[in-house]
Design a protein around this ligand. Sequence first.
Ligand SMILES: NC(=O)C1=CN([C@@H]2O[C@H](COP(=O)(O)OP(=O)(O)OC[C@H]3O[C@@H](n4cnc5c(N)ncnc54)[C@H](OP(=O)(O)O)[C@@H]3O)[C@@H](O)[C@H]2O)[C@@H](O)CC1
Ligand SMILES: Nc1ncnc2c1ncn2[C@@H]1O[C@H](COP(=O)(O)OP(=O)(O)O)[C@@H](O)[C@H]1O
Ligand SMILES: [K+]
Length: 479
Amino acid sequence: MPVAALMEKVAGKLSDRIVQLYPACKVGILVGSGHNGGDALVVARELHFRGYEVQVFSPFSRFKDLTATHLQYAKSLGIPCVEDLQSCDLIIDGLFGFGLTREIEDPILSLIHQVNTWQIPLISIDLPSGLETDTGRALGTAIRATHTLCLGLWKLGLLQEPALEFVGKAELIDFDIPLADIFAILGESPQNQRVTSTWAMSALPLERPASTHKYKMGHLLLICGSERYAGGALLTGLGGRASGVGMLSIAVPNSLKPMLSSHLPEALVIGCPETESGAIAQLDLDLTAFDAIACGPGLTLEAADIVRQVLDSDRPLVLDADGLNALAKLGAETLKTRQAATILTPHLGEFKRLFPNADLTCRATAVRAAAAATTAIVLLKGARIAIANPEGELRINPESTPALARGGSGDVLTGLLGGLLAQQIAAQSQISLLDMTQTAAWWHAQAGILAVETRTELGVDAHTLTQFLIPSIAAHQKN
Ligand SMILES: NC(=O)C1=CN([C@@H]2O[C@H](COP(=O)(O)OP(=O)(O)OC[C@H]3O[C@@H](n4cnc5c(N)ncnc54)[C@H](OP(=O)(O)O)[C@@H]3O)[C@@H](O)[C@H]2O)[C@@H](O)CC1
Ligand SMILES: Nc1ncnc2c1ncn2[C@@H]1O[C@H](COP(=O)(O)OP(=O)(O)O)[C@@H](O)[C@H]1O
Ligand SMILES: [K+]
């Protein structure tokens, strides 16, 4: 399709959306030298015809041909070119799109700093100007948008954590790129994908076979807790329980047994001999009796030998927290000799300990490299969870809430993920481990989002979070 026609089509769709979001007002258009600026100028023209009071400002003196032509046309319509847009009710940011290739310098650097102080609603075209398209890093600085209208296909950078403070509400403006063309370039199963609710729900074991029994619904063993971190064991247990797993066993230091039994009456709590400081000292269990194991929350490094024992087993495994810290001491690459499935769920600190040489400029790339180096599935926690498998497929969960940034919420995820894993193994399901893992991350985040609706962002402690896991699924089932 000719670029000019594409720009016309895209900008028409952008204009329609802008009219919905901000009905007639005084609008200022920031115009860059490339085609992002061209899009912005076509939007300027459309909004002018729809009765908006439009002003244009560009810090550039040279433009790509198409952009220059649109600038001339806008001027010929009487749209004023001004030096300051501060009196506008809305700003459209068309400074840079995916063509930004290097650090931003003055005078554009200062301009962006200034625009960010204006407190005027701001819509960025394609991505907030200043963000690197793939990594989501600000190249010197970036526009802080209220809305980002991303064109055609999601830019990876918009889904990465560093971009979060700039993108505002992000939405996709579809302009009918033929699916066949997308597949021709990216393959039928593109390497980078954004988790959607429908996709995540499709991997949940929602309909149980009528003739099933508890052992067919998965048996999960949790190994967690210490005298110091007793709550971690409970939260992991509550996450496991919400997964719907058929049988839940929890190995904890002996002294934690009464507490866990009283809060999780349905679980088989296994009291283990403990060290002087109250960590698990010994695990006398036939691990082959379980479909899956989740190990780590609250263990302390005193239980490192237990982690080693679990790593040596042939059971599918979720490893978190001190499980990861113990693995870091052994070397993450030792996982390569493990035969069964392994899922690692580090937060950024644990990730750096496991992969001290990782280049975190692009988290997506770092997670993918980690998965390849360990032959495990790696789920990097944070505001935008990224998950990769050793084959190089990457999934990003795009929707979450900062309410989850709270001690213990990761423990809930570990239990939940372990429970889904045990059910998947028991059912010999065709659902891939990657799909199952993304479902757990999505579910955890959705529970947080639902909890915020009734409890505010301050009210979502990890224990409360566990109570919203099932209601969040019920709400999605209704929709
Ligand atoms: N093709 C498509 O599918 C579609 C594309 N579309 C639109 O096109 C956009 C991409 O357009 P684009 O390629 O012209 O790049 P864009 O982001 O406008 O700007 C790059 C310009 O900035 C310059 N520059 C770079 N770095 C700089 C710096 N640090 N400081 C200063 N200047 C710097 C660089 O010039 P240079 O100085 O490097 O010669 C270049 O001229 C895309 O985001 C979307 O909005 C839609 O219309 C329809 C579908
Ligand atoms: N700003 C945020 N937005 C969304 N989710 C977040 C944010 N910060 C943390 N989380 C999520 O909260 C959980 C925290 O886990 P973790 O750091 O392991 O805590 P803990 O070990 O105390 O349970 C992870 O699932 C993470 O993805
Ligand atoms: K932009």
